[in-house]
Design a binder for this molecule. Structure first.
Ligand SMILES: Cc1ncc(COP(=O)(O)O)c(C=O)c1O
Length: 371
């Protein structure tokens, strides 16, 4: 029997549902011709700041740049250390390196895969300047103890919210909890552009002012350069798309949660390790990641059912060739290393149907797993 493919992410279905709004918004930008830092960038920044509960939002070129600019705005660079997690997308760590600072990794916890807060204090040295928790897969890290540690040791907290648009921690939206936060609008994100894009959010006027300069050649007034900034701006066309999509974000996140609940029920008796939602927050299921010792068999079963899948991420950051100079050997972060060979990301997007969930579950049910 042949099936339609179940995509990992269905951007075409999403576009079909908002085509008229998106086309009109993009046409308006083309008509105005204000392609760089135009009206839609300004309005998106206001709207996204309000959505996150932050005072400021600055649109930038990518999530990686958002993280780097957040670090640079905090004055973090050469000789400084930044603590983050070994279980993240490599861009978190690359941004620290790009800023000129040294990444110091700690392991993740085995239940949620989030930064293991209990390990942070031992990693603090006189050179530590910031903690960078990652709200991984759409779920907030446990921020209160992180904020407490930062307060005690005089450190900045920089949220990597690149996977967590709309997620909340104790009622507060990600992006409004630390000193400053970074978002990615890569197309597959919960809030995604039609190209690269990112944003920095903060409640601090001074940090916002720094990012505003750093993303635009260090100038506030054209040709008057106050800082050695670069070029990292969100395009007006992307901002126009993001303004349309922001209006749908809560409904889409609810669709993802609905799909996650359907997976939870359908997969309950398969023996797979299912994602756990921490009591401190709401999860927006950027990814639905299961755990199995029989990953290759599970992948084959999904292939047979025409269901796409992914691994986030197959090699922990500290075992990547590019990060060899950090000096972490095998066994440095046992939890992250035990997750990497067992995690499997299932199709996840707001329009995922009950029938598609059932097909994925039926395929996975043919494999004998242990979580
Ligand atoms: C956790 C995390 N950090 C950083 C990034 C970098 O964002 P971008 O791809 O927009 O540079 C991403 C997404 O790709 C991410 O998932």
């Amino acid at each position: 029997m042949t099936h339609d493919v179940i995509p990992f992410v269905d951007l075409r279905a999403q576009y079909a549902s908002i085509r008229d709004e998106v086309d009109a918004a993009m046409t308006a930008v083309l008509g105005r011709g204000d392609f760089i830092l135009g009206q839609d960038v300004r309005l998106f920044e206001q709207e996204f700041a309000a959505y996150c509960g932050a005072t400021h939002c600055l649109g930038v070129a990518s999530g990686t740049d958002a993280l780097r600019l957040a670090l640079q705005a905090c004055g973090i660079g050469r000789g400084d250390e930044v603590i983050t997690t070994a279980h993240t997308f490599i861009a978190t760590v690359l941004a620290i390196v790009e800023a000129g600072a040294t990444p110091v990794l700690v392991d993740c916890d085995p239940t949620y895969g989030l930064i293991d807060v209990a390990q942070i204090e031992a990693a603090i040295t006189p050179r530590t300047r910031a903690i960078m928790p990652v709200h991984l897969y759409g779920q907030p890290a446990d921020m209160d103890p992180i904020l407490q540690l930062a307060y005690t040791h005089g450190l900045r907290v920089i949220e990597d919210a690149c996977q967590a648009h709309g997620a909340t921690y104790k009622g507060r939206r990600c992006g409004s909890i630390g000193d400053i936060a970074a978002f990615s609008f890569y197309p597959g994100k919960n809030l995604g552009a039609y190209g690269d894009g990112g944003a920095v959010t903060t409640g601090c006027d001074e940090l916002a002012g720094k990012v505003m300069l750093l993303r635009n050649y260090g100038q506030r007034v054209k040709y008057e350069h106050l800082e050695k900034g670069g070029n990292s701006r969100l395009d007006s066309l992307q901002a126009a798309v993001l303004r349309v999509k922001l209006r749908h974000l809560d409904a889409w996140n609810e669709g993802r949660r609905r799909a996650a609940r359907a997976y939870d029920v359908a997969l309950a008796s398969t023996g797979l390790g299912l994602p756990q939602v921490a009591p401190w927050g709401t999860h927006v299921f950027h990814l639905y990641v299961v755990r199995t010792s029989q990953r290759s068999a599970a992948q084959q079963a999904l292939d047979g059912a025409g269901a796409q899948h992914g691994i986030h991420y197959p090699i922990p950051v500290h075992r990547q060739a590019a990060m060899a100079d950090l000096g972490y050997g095998p066994g440095a972060f046992p939890v992250a290393e035990s997750l990497a060979p067992e995690i499997l990301s299932l199709p996840m997007f707001p329009e995922l149907t009950e029938a598609q969930v059932a097909r994925v579950a039926a395929a996975l049910g043919t494999v004998a797993h242990w979580g």
